[in-house]
Design a protein around this ligand. Structure first.
Ligand SMILES: C[S@@+](CC[C@H](N)C(=O)[O-])C[C@H]1O[C@@H](n2cnc3c(N)ncnc32)[C@H](O)[C@@H]1O
Length: 291
């Protein structure tokens, strides 16, 4: 007699479909996907993997359905999540890292922004090229809080974040606690943020082209004179639209093109003093050579 059982096929605990869509596109359809039972989404290099309890007939994208054999589909999902390093900062899920001076721990799947998206990575790289120590930073559209947390890790102070989505502001607050970072988080757009005297030294805004363009005057207004805007969420096809809106708001930008997305970086000009404020000191004239 043996107490061994014959091998049994494990019923699928979930179904995974790999689609050629980035997280931003997935987010656009999220309400419909959640109604269809969406369990979770993982970004990968070709797009995204979506998990459902059963295959779904009318997805917005084509894709091959595979049963996830593990009883705990969540474990399978976790296996697909990897840390990402951009410059000196690493973003890791809680089971693959612990917060320290160069590591940020973010719970993936709570809100857009594990650092893997090209727009987020582009903003992370651009932030690291700026002098942030002791300077004020505003993250508009904070999502998971990744960029605000990164700014704080790079020494920025104070760091303020805002997002119109209450799930995002909650995720950002939670991530700040996890990472031991001090942030102020506001629910709403840039208008919901009381600016520090003189404005923010740096505003980072990873939004989308339409929102960025509509918010361009408010974003520029939030900047201190001489302050820097780092913006993304702009696909290569729509760069002209975003740069025109920022230009019209008084901020000419440099465009850094990635594979599919661009990062726009601009410095708010310092206003020339009004004529009556100009220095009344006469410049000392150089003595003319005689003879
Ligand atoms: C592309 S995600 C970026 C998330 C994160 N900052 C990152 O870089 O990974 C854009 C975020 O902007 C938020 N958002 C959209 N419109 C906004 C607005 N007008 N003001 C503030 N946040 C906005 C969305 O809710 C979303 O969380």
């Amino acid at each position: 007699m043996t107490d061994e059982h014959p091998p049994q096929e494990t019923p699928a605990a979930a179904w995974a479909v790999r689609v050629a869509a980035d997280l931003e596109a997935v987010d656009v359809h999220r309400p419909v996907l959640e109604e269809a039972g969406l369990l979770g989404v993982v970004e990968d290099v070709e797009g995204a993997v979506l998990y459902f309890p059963e295959p779904v007939a009318d997805l917005p994208w084509e894709g091959r359905w595979d049963p996830v054999p593990e009883r705990d589909w969540h474990a399978a999902w976790r296996e697909g999540v990897t840390p990402i390093t951009v410059g000196q900062l690493t973003i890791a899920p809680p089971w693959l890292g612990a917060p320290d001076a160069t590591t940020l721990v973010l719970e993936p799947g709570q809100a857009f922004g594990t650092g893997h998206h090209e727009t987020t990575a582009g903003c992370l790289a651009a932030l690291q090229e700026l002098e942030l120590a002791g300077r004020s930073v505003l993250d508009v559209g904070c999502g998971s809080g990744v960029l605000a947390l990164a700014a704080a890790r790079l020494g920025a102070d104070p760091v303020v974040a805002c997002d119109v989505d209450p799930l995002a502001t909650a995720a950002t607050r939670e991530a700040a606690t996890t990472n031991g970072v001090t942030l102020t988080v506001h629910e709403g757009d840039v208008a919901a943020v009381p600016p520090p005297t003189g404005g923010f030294a740096v505003v980072v805004a990873n939004l989308d082209t339409a929102t960025l363009s509509a918010q361009a005057p408010a974003l520029v207004d939030a900047l201190a004179e001489g302050g820097t805007l780092v913006a993304s969420g702009v696909s290569l096809e729509r760069v002209d639209e975003a740069t025109a809106a920022l230009d019209a708001a008084g901020l000419p930008v440099l465009v850094r093109r990635g594979a599919q997305w661009a990062v726009l970086i601009g410095r708010r000009p310092v206003a020339a003093p009004a004529p009556h404020q100009r220095s009344t000191h006469r410049r000392s004239r150089r003595p003319r050579p005689s003879g």
